[in-house]
Design a protein around this ligand. Structure first.
Ligand SMILES: O=C[C@H](O)COP(=O)(O)O
Length: 251
């Protein structure tokens, strides 16, 4: 399982760089603009230049409306700025067809510029609270649009977590559906160390985290701490070892 960490700017990205050996992907976002809030192109560029070259930089394009042209342009902006994982939060899409239309436009915009960039179609575990597309529709949206990964995050960061809205057995189905069509499965949403056992067992490819590696577990007031990134990775490794040995690690 890969670890994706979401700093909110250059300063926090540099803290991520201090823990570079413990993480896999640095995900640029602007949390004060939403769960998948988009940061400025120059911030993506600065972070790309500031962190180790072997660490992929991801960028969120926003909690986007159902406006394929607008979103495609934003996605191109992110890839031109140096991101090679482009994450789109399908906040304004109420049907799978709308999600597919937006993601097809994004895939074309991104891959025309950088064929090796990965496109991530993200939905929301708490979709029922905001009226957007059902979480289990995401793997099919990713597959039919040519995106590389299907993801879930939470839209409303009020302390509720991924598993509060989509329990582990449903997340397992999400992962199964994504893998069945050859996509990666990424899961996030106030994930804590205690969630790593189930996330490992169901075969999650990427876990996305912010709050759990911020001081005080506070994704807004707290700052990302390198030692918390290291501790999170240590627990991921412990769970992976237990899973490989057929003996689930106890929390
Ligand atoms: O993509 C990952 C998100 O930034 C997760 O943030 P969170 O762990 O604070 O919910």
């Amino acid at each position: 399982m890969l670890l994706l960490i979401s700093p909110d700017g250059v300063e926090e990205a540099l803290d991520c760089a201090k823990a570079a050996e413990h993480l896999d992907i640095i995900d640029v976002k602007k949390p004060d603009e939403g769960s998948l809030g988009a940061n400025f192109p120059w911030i993506i560029r600065e972070i790309r230049d500031a962190v180790p070259a072997d660490k992929p930089v991801s960028a969120t394009v926003g909690d986007v409306p159902y406006k394929p042209g607008t979103v495609a342009q934003a996605a191109l902006g992110a890839v031109v700025s140096g991101a090679t994982y482009i994450k789109v939060g399908l906040y304004g899409c109420t049907t799978p067809d709308q999600g597919i239309e937006v993601m097809r436009a994004v895939v074309r915009a991104v891959k025309d510029h950088c064929p090796e960039a990965l496109v991530v179609a993200s939905g929301y575990a708490d979709a029922h609270r905001i009226g957007c597309v059902n979480p289990l529709a995401l793997p099919d949206i990713a597959a039919r649009s040519g995106a590389d990964a299907a993801m879930l995050d939470t839209a409303i960061k009020d302390g509720t977590r991924l598993f509060d809205h989509v329990p582990p057995d449903v997340c397992a189905e999400f992962v199964r559906l994504a893998h069945a069509s050859g996509r990666l499965a990424a899961l996030a949403g106030s994930v804590k160390q205690a969630d790593l056992g189930p996330l490992t067992r169901i075969g999650t490819d990427i876990v996305g985290v912010r709050g759990a590696v911020c001081e005080g577990g506070d994704r807004n007031a707290g700052r990302i701490q390198p030692h918390l990134v290291a501790a999170f990775r240590a627990e991921m490794d412990r769970q992976a070892r237990g899973h490989a040995a057929g003996v689930p690690a106890v929390n």
